[in-house]
Design a protein around this ligand. Sequence first.
Ligand code: SAH
Length: 285
Amino acid sequence: MSEVFDLEACANNIRIVLVNTSHPGNIGAAARAMKNMGLSKITLVDPEDFPSPVAMGRAVSAADILENAVVTKTLEEAVSGCGLVIGASARIRSIPWPLISPPQCAKQAVDDSVQNEVALVFGREDSGLTNEELQLCHFHVNIPADEKLSSLNLAAAVMVISYEVRQELLRRQAEGQPIAKPAEEEIAEGVEWDVPKATGNQVESFYEHLEQVMVDLNFHDPDNPRLLMLRMRRLFGRIRPDQMEVSVLRGFLAHIDMLNERATRGISVEQQRQEKRDAKLQKDL
Ligand code: SAH
């Protein structure tokens, strides 16, 4: 890891994700706000009208950001390589989720950007982000606007968050630190961590595996889910396991799979091993 804080490298690891934007003008204005604040990576999830001359017109000198925009069908796809996902939400939702302020969001994003890809996610102009989309985020960030009109224009919200990120990047650069030294009472998580955080798709595969094992063991009834997977997502989202930890958990689940198979089929360890060897042989032929 470089000893000098590399502002550009960190900024390049932070992407702004706009979900299902309806007005191309907002996409252009968001790109302009990003460029003002030194961010350049934009991902558009299922935009209603893009590419668009209106977006280009509003972007002015930030047209290059739009030319390099990544377009995906789903938010899952957009954040699949990210170790940290923060969703901007105008409303406080019914299910409490770790909620942070814009400066905390900037600090977390910059901390992580040293080692991980980071996504800052913004919702639709009319309805924001769905609960399912918000559940893909480790944190929610809320801009404490006046309650008489707490919902900002999309590009204005991108500007506020990008501005905070910029302040944090500049602060780190001025301090010349590779990464912030944690205050003693702060948790050192994410700071000089030895293994990168698990990415979006690694964590999603883990949730799928976990759910399947819980269903197989009759611990979880998908027809009567009682928010179980949601709580699991919140638990692991709070912990933010690294890649090694997720791979240990996957190995542990695979072991439970094997035990469960032996128990339900009444076969021995040796029989199971032999079946696996035979199946591998069959595959390799
Ligand atoms: N009417 C929508 C708001 C949409 S504004 C709603 O109630 O959810 C479009 C997007 O801008 C939001 O999805 C959010 O990502 C961002 N945004 C707007 N105001 C915000 C605020 N006060 N705090 C955080 N994000 C905000």
